[in-house]
Design a protein. Structure first.
Length: 53
């Protein structure tokens, strides 16, 4: 998942995976957050991103 979050706009290439269509990094982050919420790990997500209520 983290391999796809990149500032490059021409595509993603981490040496293992290549995705021709670039996605908006904000969309990737939203999906990443949703994964943590579904897994009931919202507190871990908040800790990693230093989100304070």
């Amino acid at each position: 998942m983290l391999a796809y979050i990149s500032p490059e706009r021409i595509g993603f290439n981490d040496g293992l995976h290549y995705v021709e269509e670039s996605a908006d990094p904000d969309v990737c982050k939203a999906i990443f957050k949703k994964i943590f919420e579904i897994m009931k790990q919202g507190q871990h997500y908040k800790m990693m991103y230093a989100v304070y209520d």
